[in-house]
Design a binder for this molecule. Structure first.
Ligand SMILES: NC(=O)c1ccc[n+]([C@@H]2O[C@H](COP(=O)([O-])OP(=O)(O)OC[C@H]3O[C@@H](n4cnc5c(N)ncnc54)[C@H](O)[C@@H]3O)[C@@H](O)[C@H]2O)c1
Ligand SMILES: [Zn+2]
Length: 405
């Protein structure tokens, strides 16, 4: 038996933020990130809509990008004091993911971070609060997913929490919030969404319910992402919906090793001054993983179906896969994303010598490979790599060399 779960309600379209007015409850805590929601006036609007709904409102601000276990614990304490019956998380993937983990800890104070990391092992939530997620970036789709990604800074590792219990009750997908994103964020979150859709389509857990969502998302992203990046507001709105469709697909079909590798490399070199931003990591690794997975004939067929669906041309399966890889690399170029870690600058832009020194990469690659293999996303990848293969794959992602194994 398989399960397909989405939020009970999804409010979308311009002005959908107003849906907050119809929530019923006594106390709402609004969780936000570093300040963009406040700066652009969305936080004020959300608070006034919730007050209009008759709720007492508390704001939990300052959730950092790639939120940490410490932030989660701090937020849960604030929730314990305030006793909200609604958790309203607004912003990019980071504040929404952090709020999901705070929600678990708020409902079950005895649960440790290690307990939370047990895949599909959470106790029943909603004994104290319901959850409303409002996305302001067009990529993670965490407003509709069963996932949350929390960083353990001491270990330099990102842990994906996964359980349908943390699928929000309400998602608000209002394109107005996405209009203020800076270009770089559009690029990274957009390629994150593309990776979600492609990985969901080839995942071992894909099904009739997830396939159409994934394919339609890929088609929409193809027609909207570069335009959105270059300032087209209508395409920016289309991307906001497209990433959400991709999220509906992957929340139920799961992901693959592009994400395992992105999770385990993201913070692995933070002592050299930067993170490899989630979406940029995915964008660099996706073409390499396609080449690796496509060595399996049945998986190759699935990638060829994607290429056909977005009309890339080609006559044979091999040709179609080649065209898909070229197409994705072309997107990276148009979005100013490097093709490999070696060329990944501390500011995420392509440079001759990136911030991850070769020597350090080679020293750490074995451990990263071991961690990537044990990531929750590896299990649903359509071809299971050995540690040696993962190490080789990571090296291809560092040097931008061909995957011939
Ligand atoms: N839960 C999931 O299913 C899932 C899926 C993929 C990735 N993730 C995780 O999500 C996190 C990344 O989330 P993200 O890419 O949405 O970025 P983010 O939430 O980390 O935000 C990045 C920056 O963009 C700013 N920002 C957000 N919205 C803005 C807007 N509309 N206008 C201007 N600035 C804005 C934020 O203030 C922040 O500085 C990572 O931790 C990643 O691992 C989660
Ligand atoms: Zn992702």
């Amino acid at each position: 038996m398989a399960r397909f779960t989405l939020p009970r309600d999804l409010y979308h379209g311009k002005g959908a933020l107003e849906a907050l007015k119809i929530l019923t409850g006594n106390r709402a805590i609004v969780c936000v990130g570093g300040g963009s929601m406040k700066k652009f006036g969305f936080l004020d609007k959300a608070v006034s809509y919730l007050k209009e709904a008759g709720m007492e409102v508390k704001i939990f601000e300052g959730i950092e990008s790639d939120p940490s276990v410490e932030t989660v614990m701090r937020g849960a304490e604030v929730m314990s004091e305030f006793q909200p019956d609604w958790i309203v998380a607004m912003g990019g993937g980071s504040p929404i993911d952090a709020a999901k983990a705070m929600w678990i800890k708020y409902e079950y104070p005895e649960v440790t971070f290690e307990d939370m990391c047990k895949v599909f092992g959470l106790p029943k939530l909603r004994t104290k609060a319901k959850f409303c997620a409002i996305s302001s970036t067009s990529g993670t789709a965490t407003e509709v997913t069963a996932f949350s990604v929390i960083t353990d800074n001491a270990k330099g590792i990102k842990y994906p929490l996964a359980d349908f219990e943390i699928t929000p009750d309400i998602a608000i997908v209002d394109p107005d919030l996405a209009q203020t994103m800076p270009k770089k964020l559009v690029a990274h979150t957009g390629m994150d969404a593309m990776t979600h859709a492609v990985e969901a389509y080839v995942s071992t857990a894909h099904c009739d319910f997830t396939d159409p969502l994934a394919l339609h998302a890929i088609k929409m992203i193809k027609s909207a992402l570069v335009g959105s990046y270059n300032g087209d507001t209508e395409k920016r709105s289309n991307m906001h919906n497209a990433q959400c469709l991709a999220g509906m697909a992957f929340s139920n079909a799961l992901l693959g090793i592009v994400h395992s590798m992105a999770h385990k490399t993201g913070a692995a070199f933070s002592d050299y001054g930067a993170h490899i931003i989630h979406g940029a990591a995915n964008a660099m690794y996706l073409p390499k993983v396609i080449a690796f997975n496509a060595k399996n004939a049945a998986v190759a067929e699935r990638y060829a179906q994607i290429a056909d669906f977005i009309e890339l041309g080609g006559n044979t399966v091999d040709e179609k896969i080649k065209l898909l890889i070229e197409y994705l690399r072309g997107m990276n170029s148009q979005l100013n994303i490097p093709q490999c870690i070696k060329n990944y600058g501390a500011d995420s832009y392509p440079v001759e010598n990136g911030f991850v020194p070769e020597k350090i990469f080679l020293e750490r690659v074995h451990d990263i490979a071991v961690n990537a293999i044990s990531d929750a996303c590896t299990g649903s990848n359509p071809r299971q790599p050995s540690v040696e293969e993962m190490e080789k794959l990571l090296k291809c992602c560092y040097y931008d060399t061909e995957v011939d194994f």
